[in-house]
Design a protein around this ligand. Structure first.
Ligand SMILES: Cc1ncc(C[n+]2csc(CCOP(=O)(O)OP(=O)(O)O)c2C)c(N)n1
Ligand code: SF4
Ligand SMILES: [Mg+2]
Length: 200
């Protein structure tokens, strides 16, 4: 599927928009043309990312983008392959694929749009929700320790695993460029605002 720029449908102030802009700038600065790049997304607000950049895109199942991305990379190693998921997508239902992708270490870039909640389903606690945060499923405050995804990625064998923040725009764009240039598996956990449901 070929996707292009359409009207952004994320809520006003959503950090996803900044992440998309940083990726677009990174591609531009690295001279990676649209026919040489492909994104695979899961399901969640983050899933719409694949619709807003001119690239080949596959919108897959919740938690299952990594197997699709792996197959695409193995079929055509020349492509720049990026997967974009939410924190629930990747660290919840997709955690098994995440660990094995770190171990397999193929040349792909994974961007987690980490808003610390299941936003598309209107604000339930996710694996990265901080202690004390009140969500639909933790009305008295979250009591379980959030995952440290970067620590987990490194422990599973990933050599490029970094945090970023969508509001530190230049830094985010530079980390994305570094990740694309890294010839093995790279993961960036991008903290982002979700004004509709992340209110802590
Ligand atoms: C197999 C499966 N289970 C559950 C759902 C319902 N579902 C859709 S989006 C979503 C949460 C997405 O949260 P996250 O990955 O953090 O993305 P966000 O919306 O926060 O960007 C869930 C549970 C689904 N689509 N498929
Ligand atoms: S619910 Fe949150 S993550 Fe989803 S579009 Fe709105 S602000 Fe963005
Ligand atoms: Mg989320």
């Amino acid at each position: 599927m070929r996707s292009g720029l359409t009207n952004i449908q994320w809520c006003p102030g959503c950090g996803d928009t900044l992440i998309i802009m940083a990726i677009k700038n990174a591609f531009k600065e690295l001279w990676i043309e649209s026919h040489n790049r492909v994104v695979v997304s899961g399901i969640g607000c983050s899933w719409k990312a694949s619709q807003y950049i001119d690239w080949y895109a596959a919108e897959t199942l919740h938690g299952r983008a990594l197997p699709f991305a792996t197959w695409i990379k193995l079929s055509n190693p020349e492509l720049t392959v990026m997967a974009m998921w939410g924190d629930g997508d990747w660290y919840g239902i997709g955690m098994g694929h995440f660990i094995h992708s770190c171990k397999r270490d193929l040349d792909m870039t994974y961007i987690v749009m980490d808003n610390e909640n299941y936003a598309l389903t209107t604000g339930q606690a996710s694996p990265t929700t901080p202690i004390g945060a009140k969500t639909k499923t933790t009305p008295d405050g979250n009591t379980s320790e959030p995952f440290d995804p970067i620590k987990i990625a490194k422990a599973a064998g990933c050599k490029f695993a970094k945090y970023a923040d969508s509001v530190k725009f230049q830094e985010l764009k530079d980390i994305i460029k570094e990740a694309i240039k890294h010839k093995w598996f790279s993961i960036i956990d991008v903290h982002q605002a979700c004004p509709s449901f992340k209110r802590w």
